[in-house]
Design a binder for this molecule. Structure first.
Ligand code: ADP
Length: 452
């Protein structure tokens, strides 16, 4: 079946509706107008005849009808028959056959002859000092319909013009309103069909619903493009991060396999391979967690955990690493701070922050770990006096694979802090950092009251 465009459907609908309403109005006007006309004509004939009868006088030997009325008043012909002398005077319509309607006092009669219907009203009056006179009033009923028929004719002429103007005007307004929809469709098609994610509808500023829709689409396209770019960047970064250990593993294997190698050389090669494989494995598991988190199916198993104990454990793990750089680790943990959370993830968060403090800490410097309950919730700090972070990098360090200075990140891949952020937020908390280059950094996290 052929689909009728919306603009035609809308135009057709209200045009027909308007026609129907006008037709109902017309019928209503005709019906009510007709009965109103009928009753006014009847009343007019009666009142003119009654007035003529009342005003009739006998003066100076002759009958004197009312001057103002004459023999034709308000479309009513007046005709008098003097019963004393048998004479008649007055006026009757030409086509009216007077003898066809017998005289009936105070009674309204009708006579139809040809196209015309006559309304006849008689009154028998006794003129003081003279005798009886018959007064007859005749009016053409159809003539009274003239005004009504003019109205109907006007209706019939103007309705089509009005409907035409409404239909054409409405059509253009609807078509104009729907024009942007074409643009939206074309843009959406070209985005979904081609590879150009940078295309936008760009309808500009407008206040109607279509403009709002177009602007919403543009915002959605912006986000899609950004998501797509992030995805591309993520894949490129991930491949890049995996390429280095893979290259090392391949070259170590080639080295070990070519020629005769003694046991020491072989175990050195294997150790190097193991180190790179561990690095890859850690990277892969981080990538997996992050991509599951993105898809929303990284299931966290929440239980009541003792955050103080977890932090304690992490700090103990840190001593060996810190000792390599002569860094003193000091810890101040308020005991038994409980939180509902995923133990493995929380350890990972605390570990990443603490390891970074050592990794980017100053040789012979110090790292301070604190955890306490404050009014806002459980607050922890990981403070170092190391290289610090330049202000320009600060907002970006939470992004995946972002490294402020890759040459100084000995064993990093730039995923640690994005994991930290995700874990904190997945527990209803947040992380933040204050840092000054050359002086050190203070990473803090907070789990607000209520998330505990
Ligand atoms: P990486 O694996 O490189 O450590 P992270 O996501 O943990 O990745 O950190 C991102 C970047 O933030 C690091 O490359 C580093 O430049 C900076 N950074 C993180 N922690 C610290 C810190 N305590 N002091 C100075 N810079 C830091």
């Amino acid at each position: 079946m052929k689909i009728i465009p919306i603009k035609i459907r809308v135009t057709l609908w209200y045009t027909l509706l308007m026609l129907a309403i006008l037709a109902i109005c017309l019928v209503f006007v005709i019906l009510t107008g007709r009965s109103a006309v009928v009753s006014t004509t009847e009343n007019t004939v009666k009142s003119v005849v009654n007035e003529a009868a009342a005003e009739l006088e006998y003066d100076n030997g002759s009958l004197v009808p009312e001057d103002d009325l004459g023999y034709y008043y308000k479309s009513v012909y007046l005709y008098y028959t003097d019963l004393t002398s048998g004479e008649s005077f007055g006026k009757l319509p030409q086509a009216f056959e007077d003898s066809a309607v017998s005289f009936k006092d105070a009674e309204l009669q009708e006579l139809t002859s040809g196209q015309t219907t006559w309304l006849v009203y008689d009154s028998l009056v006794t003129v003081f000092g003279y005798g009886q006179v018959q007064v007859r009033g005749v009016s053409d009923r159809e003539g009274s319909y003239t005004a009504l028929s003019v109205l109907v004719k006007l209706f019939i002429i103007f309705v089509p013009i009005l409907v035409f103007i409404t239909a054409v005007g409405g059509f253009f307004i609807t078509a104009g309103a729907f024009r942007p929809v074409k643009r939206i469709t074309a843009t959406a098609k070209s985005i979904s069909g081609g590879k150009d994610l940078s295309r936008r509808i760009n309808l500009g500023k407008g206040r109607d619903e279509i403009f709002t829709l177009a602007n919403t689409f543009d915002t959605m396209f912006d986000r899609l493009e950004l998501a797509f770019q992030n995805e591309k960047q993520f894949t490129a970064d991930a491949s890049h991060e995996l390429r280095t250990p893979t290259t090392v593993i391949i070259s170590q294997c080639e080295y070990a396999l070519e020629g005769e190698r003694d046991k020491a050389e072989l175990s050195a090669a294997l150790e190097s391979i193991q180190k790179q494989a561990k690095k890859m494995s850690a990277l892969i598991s981080q990538l997996l967690t992050l991509s599951r988190a993105d898809r929303g199916n990284e299931k966290l198993s929440f239980e009541l955990v003792n955050l103080s104990e977890l932090f304690e454990m992490v700090s103990e793990e840190l001593y060996d690493l810190a000792a390599e750089k002569n860094i003193t680790v000091s810890a101040e943990f308020e005991p038994d701070l409980l939180l509902r959370g995923d133990q493995t993830m929380l350890i990972r968060m605390l570990m990443n922050l603490s390891e970074n403090a050592v990794k980017y800490g100053r040789d012979g410097g110090s790292v301070r770990l604190t955890l306490k309950r404050e009014q806002a919730g459980i607050v922890g700090h990981v403070i170092d006096d190391g290289i610090g972070i330049d202000a320009q990098h600060l907002p970006k360090i939470w992004e995946r694979f972002y490294q402020a200075d890759p040459s100084r990140s000995v064993s990093g891949n730039g995923l640690g802090l994005s994991m930290v952020k995700w874990i904190a937020e997945a527990h209803g908390g947040s992380v933040s950092v204050k840092s000054e280059p050359g002086k050190g950094s203070d990473f803090s996290f907070i789990f607000p009251s209520g998330t505990e």
